[in-house]
Write a protein that binds this ligand. Sequence first.
Ligand code: TXA
Ligand code: MG
Length: 305
Amino acid sequence: MSRIIPGNAIGVVETVEALRHGLIVGLPTETVYGLAADLANDDAISKVFSVKGRPSSHPLIVHIARHEQLFDLAESVTTACTTLVAHAWPGPLTVVVRARSNVSRVVTGGQDTVAVRLPGHQLAQDVITGLGRPVAAPSANRFGRVSPTSAQHVLDDLGTDVTVILDGGNCLVGVESTIVDCTTAQPEILRHGSVTVDMIRDLLADIDVTLADTPSGTTRASGMLARHYAPKARLVLHENAADLPGDSAVVLRCDGDAVETARHLFERLRELDRAGVDTAHVVLPPAAGLGVAIRDRLFKAAAHL
Ligand code: TXA
Ligand code: MG
C-alpha cells in the first residue's frame, strides 16, 4: 500500500532510498506528478510500464537535475536544442535527442532517441541529486487516464502499486511538458505545453520550427493519441459561452485565465468523475499561447473512439 510522505529533507531521503532499492515512486514536478524509477535499474523501469499499463514501445522521459547531464545521455545536441534548454530549463520543456548507446533501451522503448527534461520543482531536483543519477518517469496515471496534479491523485490512481509518493503540493503548471523533437536541424513540436509555440519560435528566430501532425493516434508521443486524457464523463466542447445549453447542464468554463485553467484542468476533470457526471459542457479557450495546450488536452478528453 502507498504512503504519501511529506515533501521535506527526510521525505527526500526516504524517496531516494526507495529508488535505490529498485522501487518506483510518485515524484512531484511542476507540470504533473511522475512515476519515477532509477535510470540505472531496468527492472524498476519495466515495472513503471507494467504499473501504468503502458505499451513497452511508448518511451519514458528521463529527468535530470543539472544541464550537464543532458550530455551524458545525448549522442549529439543541436544548436536549437542548446538554445531551448538554456532558456527553458529548469522547466516544463522536454527535448528528444539522439541517445548514447549506454542509455537503457527499456526507457527509450527500443528507439535510438531519448526524451530529457530538467524539471523546475525543487523536490524533484533534490531526489535526482540525492540519487546521483537521472530518473525515468512518465506521468503517474494509468495509461489513457488524466495525469495527476496532486499526491492524492497518485494515491487514488496507483495506490496499490506505488510504495512512496513524495508530497510536493499541487502542481503549478498542471499540464504536461512541451515536447520538442531536436534530433534534426529543424525542431518539431510533438506535444504542446506551457512553453508555447510562440516562445519557441521567438527563441529560435532563425530556425524553422514545425508542428507534428496528429492524424488519429499515429504520432510518436503517446500524449498525442486520441482520448489520452479521458475522464469517464462525456465532454461536449463549445467555442463560445453563448452556445452553451441552458438549464441544468454541467458547465466547465476553460476560457478564463489560461494559467489558472491549466493549473486546475485535470483536477476539474477528476471532479466530474467523482461527482458521477455523465455529460459536461466545456467552453474552450482561444487557440493562442497556453490555450493551445489546454485545447489539445480537452479535445483528447472529449474524443470517443
Ligand atoms: O510534464 C511531463 O512531461 C511529465 C512529468 C512527469 O515530467 N511527464 C509526462 O510523461 O507527461 P508522459 O506520461 O507523457 O510520457 C512521456 C512522453 C510520451 O508522450 C512519450 O511518447 C514521449 O514522452 N517520449 C518519450 N521519449 C520519446 C522519444 N524518444 N521520442 C518521442 N517521444 C518521446
Ligand atoms: Mg502521460
